[in-house]
Structure formats: structure tokens, C-alpha cells
Ligand binder design. Structure first.
Ligand SMILES: Nc1nc2c(ncn2[C@@H]2O[C@H](COP(=O)(O)OP(=O)(O)OP(=O)(O)O)[C@@H](O)[C@H]2O)c(=O)[nH]1
Ligand SMILES: [Mg+2]
Length: 232
């Protein structure tokens, strides 16, 4: 497929750290400057077998769109501004490939990720099976998952030809000690909830999709003055 070799960056103000690797070797000082570790980034990684709807879920969440066509992904990164501990923070969503051709990329995404969305399609038992090695790899790399938000997601729940029951999904999630939701990127069912719940699972920071930043002193002063103004 023509889109098979695509590697793009989308979303407003999106930056893909991999793109920095293309800087010529003699420009190493520049490379260090363009890829600082952004401590206020919150990195969510979306995993799952090919065609389960990872890109569709992410695009539905980030852009509010849905396409019936299927273009396989290699890796895309999207960025959104959110609130973290009442400060502005960047939610970085990595939409990974469903093909198993890039294990090194998968390991890198796991080690850099703060939270994980493990997606299968409710129309394919095989896609649920394919999540198991990914989950094991996350456990291997991250160790204890108690402090790491993980969400098991059964997508395409608008489809009638179901191959995995809701109960089976919930039971697997229970055995993995993670949260579970069924979603539909097509009908926009539970998509925002998925990201909201994932952020709420983060116990080390207070995360919210809504921007609730602390007001600066000058903002507070302006608001106070506004309240005292009388239209003559
Ligand atoms: N009915 C239905 N179809 C969906 C849904 N989500 C995605 N699809 C369709 O499933 C196909 C694959 O969707 P993608 O989002 O590209 O799947 P993916 O998991 O990103 O696939 P890879 O990038 O190859 O790993 C597309 O034709 C989508 O239109 C959904 O919720 N319901
Ligand atoms: Mg994709």
C-alpha cells in the first residue's frame, strides 16, 4: 500500500523527536539543542494490531474526524495542550504501527511512554491475542505497572459481527490490573472518555484535558479591577 512507508507528524505544534535524527552528523550541537527532554510532556502510546482503529481513535480525539479508508501507519505523533498540576503541559500521543516489523521502535516507545492504550477490535479475537506480547513487553521494560496508567480498549463496538464479548475484555483487563472501555471511533463513542480516564489514572500528577492553569498576579489584579469598573 502506498501509505505503508509514511512517517508523519500531525496536529498543531507537533514535533516528532525522530525527525531530529535526520540532522547531519557534523551538526551534533544543533541536534542536542532541538531535542531537549521536555519534562512537562506527558507521553501516551497507542498500541494494537493492524487495522483495529488506533489511528482512527487518535484522529477522532485530536481532530474530531473519521475516515472509512485504511492507510497503515508506521508512527505518527500528535500534540495537544492540556493541564497538569494546574500548569500547561503537552499531551503527546504516539500512534504506533500495527505491523510487527519494528520491534526496536516498539521498545523505544514503551521506554519513553508514561501511559499506554492497548487497542483491539471487538470483531477480531486475533487482535486481542496480539496484545498479549505487547503487554508482556511493557511489563518487561517498565517493571511494576501499578503506577503506570494502562487502558485496554475494545474498539469498533458499533460493529454487529462481534468476536470478543464485553465480559471477555473486562476480564482480561482485570487480570492485567488495568482499566477497560469499549469504544467506537466511527460513532465517537467513549473516545474522549478514553483519554479522560487514562489521565485520571495518573496518580503522580493531576491531569486534565481542560486547561485550568493557575492565574498570574497580573491576571488576578485585572479581574479585580474589572469587577470595580462601572460603565458611566
Ligand atoms: N466500524 C468501525 N470501523 C472502524 C473503527 N475504527 C476504525 N475503523 C476502520 O478500520 C480501518 C482501520 O483503521 P485504522 O485506524 O487505520 O487502524 P490502525 O489500527 O491505525 O491500523 P495500522 O495503522 O495499520 O496499525 C479503517 O478502515 C477504519 O475506517 C470503528 O470504531 N468502527
Ligand atoms: Mg494506524
Amino acid at each position: 500500500m502506498s501509505g505503508g512507508s509514511r512517517m508523519s507528524i500531525r496536529g498543531s505544534a507537533s514535533v516528532n523527536s525522530r525527525s531530529a535524527l535526520t540532522v547531519p552528523p557534523k551538526d551534533r550541537s544543533v541536534r542536542l539543542r532541538v531535542m531537549p527532554e521536555q519534562s512537562n510532556d506527558y507521553r501516551v502510546v497507542v498500541f494494537g494490531a493492524a487495522g483495529v482503529g488506533k489511528s482512527s481513535l487518535v484522529l477522532r480525539f485530536v481532530k474530531g474526524t473519521f475516515k472509512e479508508s485504511y492507510i497503515p501507519t508506521i508512527e505518527d505523533t500528535y500534540r495537544q495542550v492540556i493541564s497538569c498540576n494546574k500548569q500547561v503541559c503537552t499531551l503527546q500521543i504516539t500512534d504506533t504501527t500495527g505491523s510487527h516489523q519494528f520491534p526496536a521502535m516498539q521498545r523505544l516507545s514503551i521506554s519513553k511512554g508514561h501511559a499506554f492504550i492497548l487497542t483491539y477490535s471487538i470483531t477480531s479475537r486475533q487482535s486481542l491475542e496480539e496484545l498479549k506480547p505487547i503487554y508482556n513487553e511493557i511489563v518487561l521494560i517498565k517493571g511494576d505497572l501499578r503506577d503506570i496508567p494502562v487502558m485496554l480498549v475494545g474498539n469498533k463496538c458499533d460493529e454487529e459481527c462481534r468476536d470478543v464479548t464485553q465480559r471477555e475484555g473486562a476480564e482480561l483487563a482485570k487480570s492485567w490490573n488495568c482499566a477497560f472501555l469499549e469504544t467506537s471511533a466511527k460513532t465517537n463513542y467513549n473516545v474522549k472518555e478514553l483519554f479522560q480516564e487514562l489521565l485520571q489514572l495518573e496518580k503522580r500528577r493531576t491531569m486534565s484535558l481542560q486547561l485550568e492553569t493557575k492565574k498570574t498576579k497580573s491576571q488576578k489584579r485585572k479581574e479585580k479591577l474589572k469587577g470595580k469598573c462601572v460603565v458611566m
